[in-house]
Design a protein around this ligand. Structure first.
Ligand code: AMP
Ligand code: ZN
Length: 122
C-alpha cells in the first residue's frame, strides 16, 4: 500500500468508486471518465507502479488479472462472442500514456463508435 496513491486509497475504501468486483487480490470499478460505453479498471490491491516493475514472481497474479477480464467484461454488459468483445489496455510510463502510477488493466467495450479520448488508436 502506498499512502498517497489514488488506487491504493480506492482499494482501501478511502475514496469511493463504482465497484463491480472485489476479492483478496483485486478491485475493479468503472473508470470515472469512460472512453467507451463500458470502461472498467482492474486494479491489484497491493501497490505496484507499472509493468516496468513486475518480476517473475508476479506472473501468477498478472495471469489472474487477465483471466478476470472476460468475466468482468461479460458480467458488465459487453456484447458477447466475437461480434462483441472488448479491448484490454495497460498503459506503462509517461510515454505509454500512464497517468495513475499504480498498475491497472483497462477493459473497454460496448457498441462502437467509441468517440472519446483515451480509447487508444485502433
Ligand atoms: P492511465 O492513463 O492508464 O493511468 O489511466 C488512468 C485512468 O484512471 C483514466 O482513464 C482515468 O479516467 C481514471 N481515473 C482517474 N481517477 C479515477 C477515479 N477516482 N475513479 C475511477 N477512475 C479514475
Ligand atoms: Zn497504489
Amino acid at each position: 500500500m502506498s499512502d498517497n496513491c489514488l488506487f491504493c486509497k480506492i482499494a482501501r475504501g478511502e475514496i469511493p468508486a463504482k465497484k463491480v468486483y472485489e476479492d483478496d487480490e483485486f478491485i475493479a470499478f468503472h473508470d470515472i471518465n469512460p472512453a467507451a460505453p463500458l470502461h472498467l479498471l482492474v486494479v491489484p490491491k497491493h501497490h505496484i507502479t507499472s509493468l516496468l516493475d513486475v518480476q517473475p514472481e508476479d506472473e501468477q497474479w498478472l495471469g489472474r488479472m487477465m483471466t478476470l477480464a472476460p468475466k468482468l467484461a461479460q458480467e458488465n454488459g459487453c456484447t458477447p462472442g466475437y461480434e462483441g468483445g472488448f479491448r484490454t489496455v495497460v498503459n506503462t510510463g509517461k510515454e505509454g500514456g500512464q497517468e495513475i502510477a499504480h498498475l491497472h488493466l483497462h477493459i473497454l467495450g460496448g457498441p462502437r463508435p467509441w468517440n472519446k479520448r483515451a480509447a487508444p488508436a485502433a
